[in-house]
Write a protein that binds this ligand. Sequence first.
Ligand code: M5T
Ligand code: MG
Length: 667
Amino acid sequence: MFSDYGYSEEKKLGKAYDFRLLKRLWPFTRPYRIHLFCAVLLIICITLLELALPYVTKMAIDRHIVPDREISGRIVGDEKNRLLYADTSRKEIADLVRKYPSLFHTDSRGSGIALADVSKMEMTDIMVLRQKDIAGVGFLAGIFLIIVLLDFGLNFVQVMVMEYAGQGVMHDLRMKLFSHIQGLSVSFFNRSPVARLVTRTTNDVQNMHELFTSVIVFVFKDVFLLTGIAAVLLSIRWQLALICFTLLPFMIWISLYFSRQVREIFRTLRIKTSEINTRFSETIGGIKVIQLFRQEKANYKKFTVLNHEFYEAGMGQIRIFGIFMPMIELFNAVALALVIYYGGRGVLSEEVSLGVLVAFISYMRMFFNPIRDIAEKYNILQNAMSSAERIFLLLDTDERLSSPEKEPRLLQNIEHIAFENVCHAYVKGETVLRDVSFRITAGETVAIVGPTGAGKTSAINLLIRFYDPVSGCIRINGQDIRELDIARVRSETALVTQDPFLFSGTVRDNIVQGNRDFSEEKMMEVLENANCRSLIEKLPDGLDTLLSEGGSSISSGERQLLSIARAFARDPGLILLDEATSYIDSETEVRIQEALARLMENRTAIIVAHRLSTARSADKILVLRQGSIIESGNHAQLMEKRGFYYKLHQLQNRSSEDGAAPGISVS
Ligand code: M5T
Ligand code: MG
């Protein structure tokens, strides 16, 4: 069974709307429900304010600038000779009527002047006559300004509230992912490329943020704005509105068409991004191998191809948007032309007021913005959905080790450990351990020896429950470890691995591993026992020296010594030691051996021995070959038997005489 390491996941095309996914996302928004609700309310207020602006302009024109009979009620008369009535109760206006007797007509309603004649008056007189209109325009301009300021303020609050919720959701989601990943069993990580998991907690979570801040709430805004504008347009001049709406079906069709096009491109971009990320991380991780094998050119070529594909996809996106956006603008222009033509005709024939025409033009401009954004929103939505799908896929991976159904038994001290017919396979069918049985009592040391790939590390992995065996069972104090609280077992255990991993951070932090109350004397004792004193003294800042990622800034022998110190600091009852295979100079080797001997003193220990000198002093030696125990006994017994162990011994002695690295990992 081969895994594609999850790459096909990137290739999935997300549905833009998947209610199942939205339903699953909902709980994450629960703590921010009030914020989301406020944001929607604010959006509605903002939209209303924005809708009001053109209407205020219309009022200014129709009521005061070019007063319309229907609105102001101050103009009467036949079509050609409409009169603007003067308020003669005020002295200065009565004076005007007297000053221009030929312009003012007096009838039963009072004195009025035709609009067309107003310009025949002197400028200052016009100002006096239209004082009220000027004040009205000023008032409306003030209202306009207040609306704009209010809109600005509400927009700010809305963005803050929305971001608070968006960032919060992202924060929670990231925490959830992190703790989930941390709790997964080791076998999961064997199958998952690091770059992919990192992308989950960064890119995919970021896409969720976009979903909240630029889609969900704005869908409300757009729908509200579109219906609002349509309603206003229909109410102020339905004939003109219907003419403009004839364009809508075309626009919707174009938007959908382009959305589909962009969808394909976005998918390619996503796949290429993840491929580029993986190549980068692999190149950086494997830089030594690449340089050593002179693979720079080949690697560069591969990257060139990848990068070019990415570039092509990016350009494709630009091309599509480059056609789409101007096309929408074109439709907008056509709609405006229609408004100007039909509206202009209406104004000329006095069917439509000038204010209505101006308002129509402004509303049409607003009307096209949401439509233009549909394609973009659609893609954000789609991206977010496929991210959500991948996030949930990860959250659904429940590759944890089964936890006991009953209350786990509290482990007292480890009295004895037994492997009973343990069989294991990492991949179905590829058996790594066959029928392994052995027993160890407290205080004893068991050494496991055998050729490389025999399954020695695997036996240790099973004991610490990184994996569960396929069949058979492992018992501690007679209790199956699957029924024990594994955290307790682990806290009783120190594991010194074949290739010790140190974290980036100080040497001290690496040794104490989060144990805060670790006294300075205790530390000195640990360093003494682990033979680390001279090493620490050599480091520039002693215990506070910062180590690089993985501890790669110190030698592997030094790493081993520090990992032994780490084991001492834990002061465990059980030592699991997977001796390093790497060659170490004899002086360091002696120091490590001494430290290990001290560590195992009075403790139960299972050691994977690569050097026979380590195995020699063990109470029991298990010889593992191709997953089965083929011999067991102490050193003397096994030598006497003249079997596989004896052969290994001979081989090792010969190779160390030849000056080669000591080690018994020969098959
Ligand atoms: C035994 C396979 C490995 C080998 C066999 C740790 C590990 C091992 N294997 C996996 O498939 N996944 C794993 O995570 O199991 O491997 P081992 O137990 O590591 O062998 P060893 O410790 O005796 O060898 P060495 O070289 O450390 O002396 O086929 O592929
Ligand atoms: Mg190993």
